[in-house]
Design a protein around this ligand. Structure first.
Ligand code: CTP
Length: 351
């Protein structure tokens, strides 16, 4: 049996990037060969094994044949006579179809090294079309590898796939997985540029088509997503997040930005009652520190310094806590709102 390092690990090593997961392909072995050497079988759809010590993934070489719609509609064929080249041929991009032998020698039948040097995201074969997830993978690689371009024929395939509804087949979970990687990447805006070039907005990203997209550099994934959604209506943010399986924490932060970002940003000018309502909705009266993520977003996005507001809310929390109120029940609630608004009004006047 021969074992090769494949996929992202080879690509990232050649790019001089840190390698996260190492995937291995095994040629000329049966399942019994693997288990007799202590590997543990894990794959449900095809034979993948965990190394007894490193726990890294070792897959038997396989070929795939499309049998149904969707990115899981494949029949896989594996046997000891599937060659390395056949296994590499089923992969998405040439830069992901390079194998490395244990002596370090590269096996690169589809010229992935050349495409790494030329910064090309190029499909290995026409079989690229068979997996709609690859459209989003290409968009995500464009975000992760600045300077890389989608090769022309590959883009044509993506356009054609989208025109035939390929994206409709994807589960929302996979959409979020790729979007999340893109949001953490050096150039997240490239993800949306590739979606645009391939006309891949429908069905998952329809609300984002044509939306304002500010520069996204130097921020967290949460801030970046919120910035991409900031020009949308609340119900459109909800619809998009539901469809693309955006985690609640990301969705709720984006909603907070849309609902209260402007009020906090213009806090010196707005009505104090409105400001108190926004602070309260952001749970700033529970703990002023709850405002920090939104204030950090506003600082990143608009370069506005809001530490005076944070200090004013923290001060008002201390004062309201220390004050004796004679009211009870709903009247107490109203008195608290009045007191807080008055404290914010005082803070607004301080320069
Ligand atoms: N692959 C593919 N088509 C897919 C998913 C994966 O051809 N839809 C192949 C590629 O060769 C890829 C390898 O399987 O390199 C491993 O996939 P995965 O670990 O999901 O991605 P990586 O390319 O390793 O990238 P990353 O780890 O950065 O997500």
């Amino acid at each position: 049996m021969q074992i090769y390092l494949v996929g992202g690990a080879v690509r990232d090593r050649l790019l001089g990037k840190p390698v996260k997961d190492r995937d291995w392909v095994v040629i000329g072995a049966t399942e019994a060969d693997m288990t007799s050497q202590g590997y543990q079988r894990v794959g449900a759809d095809f034979p993948v094994f965990l190394h007894p010590e490193t726990r890294e993934e070792y897959a038997l070489a396989r070929t795939e044949r499309k049998t149904a719609a969707g990115h899981k509609g494949f029949v896989t064929h594996f046997s000891p006579d599937v060659t390395l080249e056949e296994d590499l041929a089923r992969r998405d991009l040439t830069i992901n179809a390079i194998a490395q032998a244990s002596d370090g020698e590269l096996v690169d039948p589809f010229h992935g090294v050349r495409d790494l040097e030329a910064k090309q995201l190029r499909a290995v074969t026409e079989a690229f079309r068979e997996d709609p997830l690859r459209i989003l993978r290409v968009a995500r690689f464009a975000a992760q590898l600045p300077g890389f371009q989608v090769e022309e024929h590959t883009l044509d395939m993506m356009i054609d796939m989208c025109a035939h509804g390929a994206m409709d087949e994807l589960p929302g979970e996979r959409v979020w997985q790729e979007l999340h990687k893109a949001l953490q990447a050096p150039a997240p805006e490239r993800f949306f540029q590739v979606l645009d070039a391939a006309n891949a907005w429908s069905p998952f990203f329809v609300e984002l088509r044509g939306a304002e997209r500010p520069p996204l550099g130097g921020a967290t994934a949460e801030n970046r997503l919120a910035a991409c959604l900031a020009s949308l209506a609340v119900e459109d943010i909800r619809a998009f997040c539901h469809r693309a399986k955006v985690p609640n924490a990301f969705r709720d932060f984006a909603l907070m930005v849309v609902r209260y970002g402007d009020t906090l940003r213009r806090w010196r000018e707005v009505d104090a009652l409105e400001l108190a309502g926004a602070v309260s909705a952001c749970r700033g009266y529970h703990d002023a520190d709850n405002l920090r993520p939104l204030l950090a977003y506003l600082r990143w996005r608009f370069e506005c310094e809001l530490s005076d507001l944070l200090a004013a809310v923290a001060r008002s929390n201390v004062e309201v806590h220390a004050r004796q109120f004679s009211e009870t029940g709903p009247a107490l609630g109203a008195a608290l709102v009045r007191a807080r608004a008055q404290l914010l009004r005082d803070a607004q006047r301080l320069q």
